[in-house]
Ligand binder design. Structure first.
Ligand code: ACM
Length: 788
């Protein structure tokens, strides 16, 4: 359909959030001139540059001098565990530097790097290690293979190439151990599928961050993604969906175009082994009783509805629950039973979230089953199933983990709770004696946007910027001392409804996952956001070396402008989301480390173009952005530049167009409960009409009990109107234009709404579409004031 998101000119950004960031930015500038050490220990004057380790180790002591690492440096390792780690180190080192030292025989550490599993170090705790780098030699030792591996990952981060290309390690002594035993990341292949190779890339990156748990969300309404030999239709039928709108139509034939994918059991074994070699445990999730549409589509007898279901192409909360028959519980046990041998870890996740009970309430048979099992409420019925699965898992030596909804009914004492609706569920569970993993959507959902840049891919606002992720504390302050051990750790979740490509997944995950890793690993007292931000550029260099894609947006510059059309001037505010220094030019040239340092809003006379980049240590952190201010830009705002209407409520999403089937698509900010945009303070002097470029995307949301809250303004003509009000949506309607039945071939339509009368001064314009156009919806792409 269209590629407008690529060709859209540079955009201004909403002002309020940026002003806050700017304040933070200016605060940082005060200290930026005198960078702190990357850790709290003072470095001697003769030491190598400060080390920039992520996650920050528990203790770092700087030494004198450096160790030179060459292809001839012997790697000494005794025993299979140590040899494996030494080889992993050599392979990863070679990936980043053109140096691959080899394993050698011998015990003398002079000139060598020695890897040792030393039972005497076991007392330092699981996954801990000691790393000593001196000019004469290097020793990494640990009580277990995981600790040795993490020591090797730290050693890898210490490696730096000097100006002559030689690889060196600064003299240092690091004693280190993780704060938490569950340092997790959740991957969702159900909504969009990720290949074996992509999952391995994520595992590689997790290992480099010292994360140790991959939660694999294998089933959901939109797809069943793991082979179950006893129930082949789970993947034959449940593994394919037809995407909504044009994305689900084969362009050459007009036939439905399926989106399919699943992991064979051999592939599961391959991934689990690959993860284990990197000290990562894979926790599978089979979601029940909700998020079950794909499974019920494959085997309708499992469902609680007579409606024929297909794996869904929509997002949200569905009414479709597994039924409560013994045969369905047996099915779940069969599925889990087939998977248990594939996953050697302790935990098995059985979902439990967002199971709205309408179908169970309406089903005489479920009500009868409730009486049979003594469940007084539908939630108790769900708890009955959870208890059955817990017993089944326990009989196989496994522990059950579920989303925090499982707390709403009676819960087996052994169940572990994953707290996602804030931390309250986790707090309650820990007080009741349950183990808890904290993964609150408010702070650790990486499908939420990270900046307000128009270059963000589709996702879910509210925005969760880096600092918020970093500042999340898994142990609630209110939790009593005696129950704190129940907090196993934390986990970041990457849902992929709106994430169509692996590049976008990486964008959302990195570098925010580095902040999660630091919270999971580093002692709380050592955590320091300013220090983390200073260490990040070194981490970005590693990402580039290791081939890990990451978001550029936090390292670019955002701009807002207050413009004065009559005077032909604007005052431009620049900021970097992470507070790095901003430099800019106004002559079209690329900003460099000696360009003007941004210190205060810049007045410009139109036409003007500012090019700006963020810098650390004299290097640009990302490509510069260009901000153009001219007569046309003053009269025009994109969806990202507009506010949402005050009563537009929840669920502002950044949504993608449904075409073309492959390639780039336009992206729109829209609130789906009440799509409505507001241009605050629009100068209407001399304005005759407002032109709106509108796109049209599928309305592909299941809102369950929230559905009645979806507002549709009544249409007054066949296809509804674009209405414009002044003084906000409650103010007078000043313009209206009927909408066509459908957009043009490019997916857009321009509609022009003449103003009923000329209005002087500035006004808060409310722009909204009327009518219920489901299964599609109009979205605003750009609004332009047209002069008389
Ligand atoms: C969830 O985000 N529904 C666990």
């Amino acid at each position: 359909m269209n590629r407008s998101s690529l060709s859209r000119p540079a955009r201004l950004l909403c002002a309020a959030g940026i002003a806050v960031v700017l304040a933070a930015c200016q605060g940082r500038h005060d200290t930026a001139a005198a960078p702190q050490q990357a850790d709290a220990s003072p470095a001697p004057a003769s030491a190598a540059p400060p080390v920039s380790l992520i996650p920050l180790p528990a203790s770092v002591e700087h030494g004198e001098g450096r160790f030179d690492l060459t292809a001839a440096t012997p790697l000494l390792a005794e025993g299979e565990g140590a040899r494996t780690v030494a080889t992993q180190f050599a392979t990863l080192l070679a990936k980043g530097f053109a140096v691959e030292p080899a394993l050698a025989d011998g015990t003398g550490v002079a000139g060598a790097i020695r890897f040792a599993i030393d039972p005497a170090r076991a007392g330092a705790g699981a996954e801990s290690y000691l790393l000593e780098v001196a000019p004469e030699g290097v020793t990494v030792s640990a009580g277990d293979a995981a600790g040795l591996f993490y020591g090797a990952m730290t050693l890898l981060q210490l490696a730096a190439a000097d100006d002559a290309g030689a690889v060196t390690l600064p003299a240092v002594r690091i004693e280190d151990a993780p704060r938490f035993g569950w340092r997790g990341f959740m991957m969702d292949p159900s909504r969009h599928f990720w290949s074996v190779d992509q999952v391995k890339q994520v595992i590689d990156a997790m290992a480099l961050h010292k994360l140790n748990t991959l939660h694999w969300h294998l089933t959901d309404d939109q797809g069943w993604r793991v082979e179950i030999k006893r129930y082949p239709k789970l993947t034959e039928v449940g593994g394919c969906r037809v995407p909504a709108g044009d994305g689900g139509i084969e362009p050459s034939t007009g036939e439905p175009r399926q989106y399919c994918g699943f992991y064979t059991q051999d592939q599961v074994r391959e991934i689990v082994a690959y993860a284990a070699a990197r000290h990562i445990t894979v926790v599978p999730e089979i979601n029940q009783p909700g998020h079950a549409t794909a499974a019920i589509a494959a085997y309708p007898e499992l469902g609680s509805t007579d409606r024929k279901l297909v794996p869904s192409s929509e997002w949200g909360v569905f009414p479709n629950l597994f039924n409560t028959e013994e045969s369905t519980i047996a099915f779940l046990e069969d599925v889990i039973g087939e998977l248990i041998p594939l996953f050697p870890g302790t935990y098995f996740h059985v979902g439990g979230d967002e199971a709205v009970k309408d179908q169970w309430e309406a089903s005489p048979r479920v009500q009868e089953r409730m009486r049979e099992v003594g469940a007084k409420t539908e939630m108790e019925m769900q708890s009955h199933i959870v208890a059955r699965l817990e017993k089944f898992l326990a009989a196989h030596g496994k522990r059950l983990v579920g989303w925090d909804e499982i707390l709403e009914g009676p819960m087996p004492p052994e169940a572990t709770v994953m707290s996602w609706r804030g931390i309250e569920g986790g707090l309650k569970a820990a007080r009741e004696g349950h183990d808890v993993v904290m993964s609150p959507s408010s702070d650790l959902y990486l499908d939420y946007l990270q900046t307000s840049s128009p270059d963000e891919p589709p996702g879910r606002p509210a925005t969760i910027p880096m600092k918020q992720v970093y500042d999340f504390e898994p142990v609630p302050a209110a939790l009593e001392e005696g129950q704190r051990h129940h907090i196993l750790g934390l986990q970041a979740n990457m849902w992929t409804e709106h994430t169509r490509t692996f590049e976008r997944l990486q964008h959302n995950v990195f570098p925010r996952l580095a902040a999660v890793a630091e919270t999971g690993w580093t002692p709380q007292a050592r955590k320091d956001y300013a220090g983390f931000v200073q260490r990040l550029p070194a981490q970005l260099e590693r990402y580039r070396r290791w081939g890990i894609g990451y978001a550029q947006t936090p390292f670019q510059v955002d701009a807002t402008a207050e413009d004065d059309r009559k005077a032909g001037t604007a005052i431009v505010t620049l900021a970097n989301p992470l507070g790095y220094e901003v430099r800019y030019t106004n002559d079209g040239s690329e900003p460099t480390a000696t360009s003007a340092l941004y210190a205060a809003p810049v007045p410009v006379t139109l036409p003007a173009a500012l090019r700006a980049a963020a810098f650390a240590d004299g290097k640009a952190l990302a490509a510069p952005r260009t901000f153009v201010y001219d007569a046309a830009s003053m009269l025009s705002r994109t969806d990202e530049q507009l506010a949402t209407c005050p009563d537009a409520g929840r669920l502002l999403l950044r949504l993608e167009d449904d075409g073309p089937a492959d390639g780039e698509r336009a992206i729109f900010n829209t609130t789906i409960f009440y799509p409505c945009w507001q241009w605050n303070g629009a100068d209407l002097e001399g304005v005759a009409s407002v032109k709106v470029r509108a796109g049209r995307i599928p309305y592909y949301f299941q809102l369950a009990h929230d559905e009645p809250a979806r507002r549709f303004e009544p249409a007054r003509s066949a296809h509804g109107e674009l209405d414009i009000h002044a003084g906000g949506c409650g103010g007078e309607r000043i313009a209206s234009v009927p909408l066509p039945a459908a957009p043009g071939a490019d997916g857009f339509v321009d509609v022009v709404a003449p103003l009923a009368e000329e209005l002087a001064g500035r006004h808060d314009l409310c722009l909204r579409f009327t009518g219920d156009t489901r299964p599609a919806m109009w979205v605003l792409d750009r609004a332009t004031l047209q002069l008389r």
